[in-house]
Design a protein around this ligand. Structure first.
Ligand code: HEC
Length: 227
């Protein structure tokens, strides 16, 4: 730009004069476009309580995945054999883990070593003597709600899956806070052998097809083999 075309605005400070360089049209266009966009953005994302957020979209998709997987599980029996079988199935443990991370990690730490809630990775428990006690403690809570009851927030299958994951944390033996009434608990029993020779134990060799969709778990009446 040559000086001749420039109009000085008339003031001068320390010998510095300012030219009147108006903001170019394209700049205004972008500016007003962003202002307009922000108005729509604000109305849609801030005013609408149902506007999808990243978290809610994720939750929705997660719920859909659970639903699909639960359809395969049927209704799990809340017995020890089922719990032990779940502990031997890495796919269901992963589902239990995601529930644990979402609901329990805030008090028991992501790796289970404990914070407000006690360490879940060692052989000592305060409220647990057998695997099923884990289901009970999680469902009913403990110590007048210091450990909240999850019965109304997790359904039966979810309780079993998160319990299996918690039971599987044992043996990591991380150091963390325990409970005053801690006592050492006998090792979890081995998963019982299934009638068809399958076992739910994590270190047992699995016959082909048994790791698939959970139908090898102790079936309840509503569990249908579905390949
Ligand atoms: C608000 C914090 C908090 C949350 C959230 C929480 N817990 Fe706990 N949990 C505790 C406390 C505190 C105890 C110890 C209760 C006691 O004193 O007997 C406990 C105890 C337990 C125990 C028994 C441990 C033992 O040694 O007897 C298990 C199992 C357990 N929690 C699993 C879970 C699972 C699974 C979840 C998520 C679904 C969960 N907790 C969420 C605080 C929490």
């Amino acid at each position: 730009m040559s000086e001749q075309n420039q109009v000085a605005v008339g003031h001068e400070y320390d010998g510095i004069r300012e030219y009147d360089n108006p903001t170019p049209g394209w700049w205004h266009l972008i500016f007003f476009a962003t202002v307009l966009f922000s108005a729509f953005y604000w109305i849609i994302w801030e005013m609408d309580p149902d506007a999808p957020t990243l978290a809610s979209t994720h939750e929705k998709q997660q719920a859909a995945v659970y639903k699909m997987q639960f359809a395969k599980l049927g209704t799990l029996k809340q017995d020890e054999a089922t719990l032990l079988s779940l502990m031997g199935d890495s796919k269901w443990l992963a589902v239990g883990e995601s529930m644990y991370k979402a609901n329990c990690a805030s008090c028991h730490a992501a790796d289970g070593h404990g914070m407000v809630g006690p360490n879940l990775t060692d052989d000592k428990y305060g409220n647990v003597k057998a695997p099923l006690d884990i289901v009970r403690v999680i469902a009913d809570g403990a110590n007048s709600g210091a450990m909240p009851a999850w019965r109304n927030r997790l359904n039966g299958n979810e309780l079993m899956l998160v319990s299996a994951y918690v039971a599987s944390l044992r043996g990591r033996n991380l150091s963390g806070p325990g409970l005053a009434n801690d006592h050492e608990v006998a090792p979890w029993p081995q998963a019982p052998a299934k009638p068809d020779g399958q076992t739910g134990s994590s270190n047992a060799a699995r016959p082909a097809g048994s790791t698939g969709d959970g139908v090898s778990l102790a079936p309840s009446a509503s569990t249908q083999p579905n390949g």
